[in-house]
Each structure stands twice: as C-alpha cells, then as structure tokens.
Design a protein around this ligand. Structure first.
Ligand code: FAD
Ligand code: FES
Ligand code: FES
Length: 448
C-alpha cells in the first residue's frame, strides 16, 4: 500500500489529507528522515505515491509528529498571516515548510517558496501563504551555521523526540536483497500514478534504496551514477553542480520538490515517456546504460534504448544498474530548455537539450535531443551530425532548425497541435543558441 493509506487507515493519523492521489496537490505531504553518517536528513514527499516498501529504515513524520505543546514557528506564522481558510491544504504546507526548516538551504524567499512548490491551495490566493513562508526566514536567520535539526529542536520547530531518531534508526537493519520479483519499483512516482489500482496487488521489488544502485562518482572525465539516484540527489551532487553550472535552474523545471525527492533517473528512462526531462537531458550527453540480470550484464546507449512507443531494448528481468556519461569540460557548452503549460509540476509540451564541444568558434561535435516531437525521446542524429565540424553562425542555426524539422513527427494532443510543437522545437533550438552564445545577435536569431 501507499504510505498515505497506511498513515490514515492503519495508524488513523488523518491530518495527512487525500487530494489528487497523483502527486499534484501536496495535501498528503509527509517528511522522510534518512540516516546519513550520524545524522538524519529530512525531505518532503507526497505520501500518495510512496510505497510503504520504501519506508524501511526511515523516520516517517506526519503533521501529528511535528505537533508540540505550542504552535511551531511555521504554524504560528500561518495563524499570524491568515494563511489558512478551509484548511484542507494547510497540513501539507506546514509539513513542507517544517521540512524546509530542517535542511540547510539558505533562508531566502526563493528557497522558502521552492520548498512548497508541490503544494496547491484553492482558497487563499497564495499571497498570505507566501508571507507566512518568508516570515519563517527571520527566525531561520538566527541559525548562523548551526546544525538545522539541532536548531529546530532547540527552537521548538520540531519536538524533542527528534533527538532520539538517529539512534533508533541505527537499530533497524538495512535490506539489500536479490529479489526474484520482476516488478521493480524505484521512487514510484510513475507507477503509482499510472497503475495504482493494479500495483497494490502485485509482488514488488523495492529498488530505491538498494546501495548497488546508488552513488555518483567521477572517474577522470566520466561520471558513473547509480540508477536509483533521485533527481534531488543529482541536483545536490557536487559533481553535477561543478559540471552543469545552469543545473539549479534546469532542475526547477522538473516536477516539484517532493516529487524530485522520490523520482529516480532510471525510472525516468524506463517509463519511456517521449517527454521525460531527464531522458532528454542524458540523450544529449550520450549516456550509456549498464543493464544487469543476475550475473549477466550488457551496455546499451540511451540513444538505442527506445525501440518504439514505450518499447525498450530491455528484457523484463533486466534492471538498469548504472548510467555512465562523459562530463562536459570547460570548452563544452550544455543547455536544456522546456516549455509546458505551467512552471511547476508539469510535464513538457516540448523539451530539448544540446551539448556542443567547442574549439574556439568551431563546433567539434554537437549533440541535440528533443522530447514531445515523436513516439520516443528523440536524439536528433541528422541535426547533430550536420552541426559537427561547423563554425557557429546565424545561418548555421537556421540550417539546424530546418534539418531538425525533417527528423520529428509530433502529433496533436492535449499538449498542443502538431504545428505548435514544431514551432516550439524551432524556438527552443534558438533559445539554446541565445543562451549559450550571448555574443551573437539575439534579435537576428529570434527572427530566423
Ligand atoms: C506530479 C508529477 C509531476 C511529474 N513531473 C515530471 C516532470 O516534470 N518531468 C518528468 O520527466 N517527469 C515527471 N514526472 C514523472 C516521474 O516523476 C518521472 O518519470 C520519474 O523520474 C520516475 O521515476 P521513479 O523512480 O518514480 O519511477 P517508478 O515509478 O518507480 O518506475 C517507473 C518505471 O521504471 C522502472 N524502473 C525504475 N528503476 C529501474 C531500474 N533501475 N531498472 C529498470 N527499470 C526500472 C519501473 O519498474 C517502472 O516500470 C512527474 C510525476 C508526477 C507524479
Ligand atoms: S493526494 Fe495530492 S499529492 Fe498526494
Ligand atoms: S485553505 Fe482551502 S485549500 Fe488552502
């Protein structure tokens, strides 16, 4: 079952609300604390998509679990700012913002708003909630480099019993077992939306916390990343931060904070959505997938992984163990663009990534990918081949756009007409060049 059903129907903790059951509204937000060295790190997740099998060895905190004798600073600021009306969304917001107080993000307006970008309110119009969230920062500024959890306990943001959690979690044995069960669940953010009614009756193998599928390591100029790396782990990894300077802004375009805390990179590849953001990101990087099945293993390029709509070069028993790719260096230029109907919690109408290996103004090697423009996430092989070995110019950008248009086959659907998606891809290719080559005449690019 999902953790939401467990806390409400088994534990009768009904402060955690049920809204959409699809990860969209945040009414079911809880905190998950995980041991790391001698500390416990907390992050918010949507409990409606978290299988209880992923809770093993973790501290699960519902709204009831943060209640002390008095209101904490988050609860009090909601009262002070009138940030609650019907109250249905309120526990989700309070839990998300309490999670924000437990991590070491700088207390800025941007970070406070980001912490609750997975929560929806139908009543307040958000302004009072924004004021409540940002007023918490005044208190957090007093932290001055102290450990966030220690500060939170000392300032009654969370109750005293949080002190006992690191010791209690240590007593729980981790499980890293080989399982015969075919159905693999990582973060569950895709499976529990698409197959909720059937999956709760299946035998599942929970691979999110399998240590063999974790970790991000740089080896010379390449990176090896465990398949169960979550989007948040990738975003906070020093290797990624160093080699993808624009990553912070890119990641903000991918779902919302609580979904990113659960969603894995391999889950994104394997659900085979033609618009998977991470798939498009890693297609441009020519990522290689190491697939394992017991003692057997083989390597498949992500570019060759997709055989047709939702068809993969993967046997049911195979799992992705690792993702390996070359890290961009100082001469390389990388960019990702996405258009969707709203900024947070939305999947793309069209998305695209580009990697250019430069030597002065010459493109030694180019690689462009695009999503939402065909039945599979697309590596634009003809456009990529054409651009390689050419000098950067406005004329070249025009030619790339024309070639890219011959490689795609978008269909009209809820995210736009075929013509609109064609137009979007052209505009996003221009956006790549405007972003990567500010010295070029932007107006000329726009009017190609
Ligand atoms: C509200 C919401 C917003 C979203 N927004 C976005 C968005 O903006 N952009 C985007 O790209 N996606 C988005 N998604 C989709 C989803 O979050 C991602 O695709 C995510 O990366 C899936 O990963 P997961 O670990 O949760 O997958 P799961 O649901 O656990 O698994 C998905 C599939 O992958 C398989 N699988 C997982 N790991 C492995 C492995 N190591 N080897 C083999 N098979 C494996 C599973 O068996 C399953 O078939 C959103 C989802 C929700 C609910
Ligand atoms: S119930 Fe809406 S996000 Fe979980
Ligand atoms: S106060 Fe009613 S939904 Fe937010």
């Amino acid at each position: 079952m999902t953790l939401l059903d467990f806390v409400r129907y088994q534990k009768h903790l009904v402060g955690t609300k049920i809204g959409c059951r699809e990860g969209d509204c945040g009414a079911c937000t809880i905190l998950v604390g995980e041991s790391c060295d001698d500390k416990v790190n907390y992050h918010s997740v949507t409990s409606c998509l978290m299988p209880i099998g992923n809770a093993h060895g973790k501290h699960i905190v519902t709204i009831e679990g943060i209640n002390g004798t008095n209101l904490n600073i988050v609860q009090q600021s909601f009262v002070d700012q009138g940030a609650t009306q019907c109250g249905f969304c309120t526990p989700g917001f309070i839990v998300a913002l309490t999670g924000y107080c437990l991590n070491d993000h700088l207390p800025t307006r941007e970070n406070a708003i980001d912490a609750m970008n997975g929560n929806i309110c139908r009543c307040t119009g958000y302004k009072s909630i924004e004021k409540a969230a940002t007023s918490i920062n005044e208190n957090l500024k007093l932290r001055n480099g102290q450990d966030p959890l220690t500060f939170a306990i000392a300032n009654n943001i969370v109750p005293d019993y949080f002190k006992t959690i690191p010791g209690r979690l240590k007593e729980i044995k981790s499980i890293n077992k080989d399982s015969e069960k075919i159905k693999k669940v990582a973060g569950g953010t895709d499976l529990y939306v698409q197959q909720h009614d059937t999956i709760v009756h299946e035998e599942l193998d929970f691979i999110l916390d399998n240590s063999l599928l974790k970790g991000i390591t740089q080896i010379n100029n390449s990176c090896e990343m465990g398949a169960s790396t979550t989007v948040s782990e990738m975003a906070h990894s020093p290797v990624f931060i160093k080699h993808f300077p624009a990553l912070k802004n890119i990641i903000k375009l991918v779902s919302s904070t609580p979904i990113r805390n659960m969603a894995t990179v391999a889950g994104n590849f394997t659900n085979a959505s033609p618009i998977g953001d991470l798939t498009i990101f890693f297609l441009a990087l020519n990522a290689q997938l190491k697939l394992i099945n017991g003692d057997e293993s083989r390597v498949v390029a992500l570019r060759d992984f997709y055989k047709g709509y939702k068809q993969l070069d993967k046997k049911p028993e195979e799992i992705i163990e690792k993702i390996v790719f070359e890290l961009p260096d100082a001469n390389d230029k990388f960019n990702f663009e996405k258009v969707c109907k709203r900024t947070h919690l939305d999947i793309a109408s069209v998305n695209t990534a580009i990697l250019l290996k430069m030597n002065g103004d010459e493109i030694m090697e180019g690689s462009i990918s695009a999503g939402g423009v065909g039945p599979v996430p697309k590596y634009l092989s003809a456009a990529s081949e054409y651009i390689s070995g050419k000098k950067i110019s406005i004329a070249l950008i025009k030619e790339i756009i024309e070639i890219a248009q011959t490689e795609i086959s978008p269909i009209s659907d809820a995210r736009g007409t075929e013509a609109y998606k064609r137009l979007l891809l052209s505009q996003l290719i221009k956006a790549h060049f405007i972003c990567l080559f500010p010295e070029l005449d932007n107006k000329k690019i726009l009017f190609i």
